[in-house]
Design a protein around this ligand. Structure first.
Ligand code: NAP
Length: 494
């Protein structure tokens, strides 16, 4: 082994040793944390929210410096993160989420009861593009903690100080709420070794990830190869196709152009719900729509991207599109200065070319749009059928359009986790009905969501208790219903 290799080996060993300590401690805390009352867990989450609000005056400038995201965006994201914590606290207090089901009969005697139980220690990988809402105290962490699972969090190297401050808020909240501090811990080492060691650790029971397809798939493969495979909930982004129908384009083309281009450029295009592909109807008027969009793109400013790596990947993708003979660059935004700037781009291609070039179906993370021209109504259906799994799919249409193209909806249902009519996919509301997920490769598990209260079920599993004496049953299943929650008894809400 040469010197460099030996140093590398030492670093790897130090990372592994640190992860070993964090995961073992988290695992030891699990026994107690899973038995912690819903009220105490809710207090923990509410206290994290309060600590983050108190830290905001220090936090926002630090995060602004680390991510180059505008202050208004960060303030909004922080509020969203706080709302998310409180929403999960409310979920715990209300209690129905545990899905307590009781099937009892006297003759012949039957006593079968089911409830959700937490999986164990969860490894959470924070995202670069949401330093609050998908990071330290973001949706993955809060849904795991609400489920009763300790979290070992792998910080994203794009915002280290932000991560430290928010981790401090969680530690403070744990102390105030009387929660074992090992219930949340953070791995600050960077590089794939840290993440790999975490996912391989035998006491990790599930993984949540938001980031690149490459990273998510690598972690998924690692988890699948473990002696005891574990679930990986990786959200890896998508192109979020938008279909514009003829009457709507004719009536409101300029307005739609402004909305779609605005959504595409939001946050320098660094949203997993960024509408990257726009499928236009077979109509003469589409040229006006393209011209209006091109005008908007050409006056759009470049913006600073989150990291040098993300900017380099964007540049590379833009160059690849520009070199394709069947893809036309119709507009580019105002060039940026030095640094990690990303310049908006608008490309156009036709349906045949799109259908034959799989690279055009892949996400180009940044402020770039690909408009697809169609010649026949059938092109819209063919494109919809060939799409990969998506987080969202949007249709713009008048009522008459939507009736005429109603068959698009069942096709898109097969492709995406969230369908929108006449809207933009950026801006994911945190509600009980939200689905932020979708078929592979948008995510590694189409049956789940990483936003909204249903995100909790990624970290629980059902357990059935048959013929148990009352004193041994979990509180949620006892006849006296000490938690006072709504349950399903013999098929009826009770
Ligand atoms: P990333 O490269 O996927 O990294 C995300 C996290 O996963 C980091 O903590 C990283 O650790 C870790 N990681 C990555 N590959 C790994 C592997 N093979 N084994 C173990 N851990 C691994 O994402 P990013 O840095 O945020 O951005 C890179 C690209 O991801 C972007 O250009 C964009 O295409 C895409 N992206 C997508 C979304 C989305 O919403 N889906 C969000 C952000 C970015 P280290 O960095 O410490 O090595």
């Amino acid at each position: 082994m040469n010197n460099t290799a030996s140093i590398g080996h030492d670093v790897e060993q130090a990372i592994s040793a640190n992860i070993q300590i964090l995961v073992t401690n988290a695992h030891s805390a699990f026994e107690e944390y899973k038995k912690t009352s819903p009220a105490k867990k809710a207090l923990f989450l509410q206290t994290i929210a309060a600590e983050i609000i108190s830290a905001a005056p220090i936090l926002i400038p630090v995060t602004q410096q680390e991510t180059a995201l505008p202050v208004a965006r960060l303030e909004g994201e922080l509020q969203r993160t706080v709302k998310q914590l409180n929403l999960f606290a409310d979920l715990l207090l209300e209690g129905f989420w545990v899905r307590a089901v009781i099937d009892v009969k006297e003759n012949p005697a039957m006593d079968i009861r089911q409830v959700q139980v937490p999986l164990g220690v969860v490894a959470v990988f924070g995202a670069s593009n949401f330093p609050f809402a998908f990071s330290v105290a973001g949706g993955d962490t809060v849904s795991a903690l609400a489920a009763g699972c300790p979290v070992v969090y792998k910080a994203h190297p794009g915002h280290p100080e932000t991560s430290n401050i928010v981790a401090g808020c969680i530690a403070e909240a744990a102390a105030k709420a009387g929660i074992n501090p090992s219930v949340f811990s953070m791995v600050t080492s960077t590089g794939v070794e840290a993440g790999q060691a975490l996912v391989k650790h035998p006491q990790i029971s599930a993984v949540a990830f938001t980031g690149s397809f490459k990273g998510g798939k690598a972690l998924y493969d690692t988890a699948a190869k473990r002696p005891q495979p574990i679930p990986v909930y990786a959200e890896m982004g998508s192109v979020n196709p938008v279909f514009i129908l003829p009457r709507m384009l004719h009536e409101s083309g300029n307005d739609i152009a402004a909305k779609i281009i605005g959504s595409n450029h939001q946050g320098v295009g660094q949203f997993c719900t960024n509408p990257g592909i726009v499928v236009m109807p077979p109509l003469h008027g589409v040229q006006n729509f393209v011209d209006k969009s091109a005008e908007l793109v050409s006056i759009a400013k470049s913006g600073v991207m989150l990291t040098a790596g993300i900017q380099a990947a964007y540049q590379h993708g833009v160059l690849k599109f520009t070199q394709k003979t069947q893809v036309k660059l119709v507009a580019a935004g105002q060039p940026g200065g030095e640094g990690n700037t990303g310049t908006p781009h608008l490309f156009v291609t036709d349906a045949d070319n799109f259908l034959n070039d799989q690279e055009l179906h892949e996400e180009l993370f940044g402020p770039s749009s690909l408009f697809v021209e169609t010649s026949h109504k059938a092109d819209l259906y063919n494109i919809a059928r060939q799409l990969q799994g998506q987080l969202t799919a949007t249709v713009w249409g008048t009522d008459d359009d939507l009736r005429e193209f109603a068959d698009l909806i069942p096709i898109l249902e097969e492709k995406a986790g969230r369908l929108l009519i006449n809207g933009v996919p950026t801006g994911v509301e945190v509600t009980a009905a939200m689905v932020h997920g979708g078929p592979y490769p948008a995510t590694t598990d189409a049956k789940t969501t990483s936003v909204g209260t249903d995100a909790i079920y990624r970290f629980t599993r059902p357990v059935c208790y048959q013929n148990f004496p009352q004193f041994l049953l979990p509180d949620a299943l006892k006849d006296e219903n000490p938690l006072n929650i709504t349950r399903i008894k013999n098929g009826k809400l009770a």
